[in-house]
Design a protein. Structure first.
Length: 639
């Protein structure tokens, strides 16, 4: 057992002096009070409290208390805080899933008591639970003069606590039965309302059934209508035709508007608990005006909703002396949840074609400018702006083509005659001037042949002279012809010896031809030995056949070499090949472009590749994206 003494200032009481309690309904309050009275009688207690744990609908605290003879000052005195702590501790122990019971000691002092004259009582404790969960605790305070074993009294307390669980099960069974009744009533009402051929007759049937089943003097249904979204009277009980111009119709619509603006059910006259709690107060001016001018009457207004959106209001009126009971309000709420979608759906089904188009247009406009789905609207506006910008904002139009750097002037060096390579004076990368010797051919055989020809010429000259002296004119002429032949051959050998020095035809750089391994090898004029390129550069562009129509002479653009992607080189078209060539499975046109400022672009080397973009006016993003797709579709489907 534990003992504790509480200070008077720590006790939590309300204005009347009773301990602060948990909010419970009147039926539960009455049961708990009776249960506590029977427990005090069974255990001989002089006072008792029932402590309930907190939940979403109530706060933790005392739900009921009983004070018998001899227990004055215990419940409303300084011991209240200690009792509340004991109740909380008992609930905590019972929260583990098993009922708990025990004995605690309550020690306290009252104002005016001398120091050391504390009062001590034994407190019997037991959990109140249902389905294994602790919902609260019952605390019975025994007389101060009662000593000894309290086991028997504690057992009696535990037995009486079983009534709490039985009460909860009974309440649940009653609630389920009420729910079934509510559901049956709602289904019967909706079944009767379905007999209507259109929304007007359906509304009249609903109003008639509500008035008959709930004893109402008048029931009215109003639905949202028109671009202003005002509530318009759609049906009323006792009349098939609604006179919207009457004074009563205007007052009813005003009361419905009052309910729609607050978007909550309104009860007139306001209940007493609403007058005490500011959070439950409602504006009822239009209802009061309707009751004063066309009553007096007690009224209940309920919003009608479809998927959370308010679409109308149902207003029920009864005589002022016979207001709506609390049980009827629950059923009417359920009815309102069903008749709202039913009426609205039937009204939508009764519309004509023009009305459907009008309402759809209004709905789209409301969705576009309304407060809902702000994120989606911002996304839609952004997409729309992007589409408008892509359709109307001009951007530069370019023709893209693969490019290759080539020398503006290049010469391929071949052997001047069939012979053997004697010496190579240059290698790739060597800079040469026009006329510089690049390589030497072996002339030893040519010189021997030339000497042989000279000797033969001298011999034939002697033979010719002797023939002339003998008068043999024919032989002299034959010798003369052979001499001329030998002279021609000699001149050929002399020319070949002169050409044995292979010279550069232009100023430039040797780009190809590493001939050191070919010294002494036999070479022929059909074999390329060296290539000399000039310092000038041109870009050879491979333009796709789909873009060649946008390429013209003197067109400017930029070139980006893969060796230096960060540098842009200006180019200008100088020549367009009129015939297409097949390159890597695609038809392309070769376009030659002059590289501007080549003197400052020494890093550009022949053979380098890159990407060229030729300026071809302006276009839009949409045209640039959709244009190729349209062209492909036309080629595929022939349109």
């Amino acid at each position: 057992m534990s003992t504790a003494q509480t200070s008077p200032s720590r006790a939590e009481t309300d204005r009347s002096g009773s301990p602060t309690g948990a909010a419970v309904s009147g039926e539960v309050q009455s049961f708990l009070a009776g249960l506590l009275e029977s427990q005090c009688a069974a255990t001989g207690g002089i006072a008792g409290v029932i402590y309930l744990t907190g939940s979403d609908i109530r706060r933790a605290g005392f739900a009921a208390h009983v004070v018998r003879r001899g227990g004055e000052g215990i419940i409303d005195g300084p011991a209240a805080m200690r009792l509340e702590r004991i109740g909380l501790e008992v609930c905590r122990r019972g929260a583990e899933g098993q009922a708990w019971a025990g004995v605690e000691t309550l020690t306290y002092s009252r104002p005016g008591d001398l120091y050391g004259s504390e009062r001590t009582h034994t407190v019997l404790c037991a959990t109140l639970g249902a389905g294994g969960a602790a919902e609260g605790a019952s605390l019975i305070v025994l007389p101060a003069d009662r000593r000894g074993d309290a086991t028997e009294s504690l057992e009696r307390l535990v037995l009486t606590c079983a009534k709490f669980e039985a009460f909860l099960w009974r309440q649940q069974a009653i609630a389920e039965a009420k729910h079934k009744i509510l559901l049956r009533e709602t289904l019967e009402l909706l079944d009767a309302a379905q007999q209507g051929a259109d929304a007007r007759s359906m509304g009249a049937l609903i109003c008639h059934e509500l008035a008959r089943r709930f004893g109402c003097s008048r029931v009215s249904i109003g639905l949202i209508d028109g671009p202003s979204a005002r509530i318009r009277l759609a049906a009323t009980s006792g009349s098939d035709q609604v006179d919207r111009k009457s004074e009563a119709a205007g007052a009813i619509e005003a009361a419905m508007e009052e309910c729609a603006l607050q978007d909550i059910e309104l009860v007139y006259p306001a209940p007493e608990d609403a007058q005490m709690d500011p959070g439950l107060r409602r504006v009822l001016r239009a209802h009061d005006e309707l009751s004063r001018r066309h009553g007096p009457a007690a009224m209940l207004s309920l919003p009608l909703r479809v998927e959370g959106d308010l679409v109308g209001v149902v207003l029920l009126e009864r005589p002022q002396g016979d207001p709506f009971p609390a049980s009827a309000a629950g059923l009417l709420r359920l009815v309102a949840e069903f008749i709202g979608p039913a009426m609205w759906t039937r009204r939508l089904a009764d519309r004509g074609l023009l009305a459907v188009v009008r309402d759809r247009t209004r709905a789209l406009a409301s969705l576009a400018v309304g407060p809902r789905h702000t994120g989606w609207k911002l996304l839609g506006v952004t997409v729309l702006l992007i589409l408008i910008g892509s359709a109307f904002v001009p951007i530069p139009r370019r023709v893209t083509a693969e490019a290759e750097m080539r020398a503006s002037v290049s010469r391929t060096i071949v052997p001047p005659f069939v012979g053997y390579l004697d010496e190579v004076l240059v290698e790739p990368g060597s800079r040469v001037a026009r006329g510089d010797v690049l390589a030497m051919m072996d002339t030893s055989a040519l010189r021997l042949q030339l000497a042989e020809l000279i000797a033969r010429e001298a011999s034939l000259s002697v033979q010719r002279d002797e023939a002339r002296n003998r008068g043999e004119i024919g032989q002299a002429l034959e010798a003369e012809a052979m001499i001329e032949e030998i002279k021609a051959q000699a001149r050929t050998r002399i020319d070949q010896i002169a050409k044995a020095e292979i010279r550069s035809p232009i100023d430039g750089v040797v780009s190809r031809g590493d001939l050191k391994d070919f010294v002494g090898a036999r070479v022929e004029p059909s074999q390329a030995l060296l290539e000399v390129v000039g310092s000038g550069r041109v870009a050879m562009l491979r333009v796709d056949e789909r873009s060649i129509d946008r390429v013209y002479l003197e067109q400017v653009g930029t070139l980006m070499a893969r060796a230096r992607p960060g540098e842009r080189v200006p180019i200008q078209v100088t020549r367009i090949n009129p015939a297409a060539e097949a390159v890597q499975g695609a038809n392309v046109y070769l376009v030659e472009a002059h590289i501007q400022g080549i003197d400052e672009l020494a890093w550009l080397r022949p053979g380098e590749t890159g990407l060229a973009k030729l300026h071809a006016g302006s276009t839009t993003v949409m045209q640039a994206v959709i244009g190729p797709l349209v062209d492909a579709a036309r080629m595929r489907w022939w349109w």
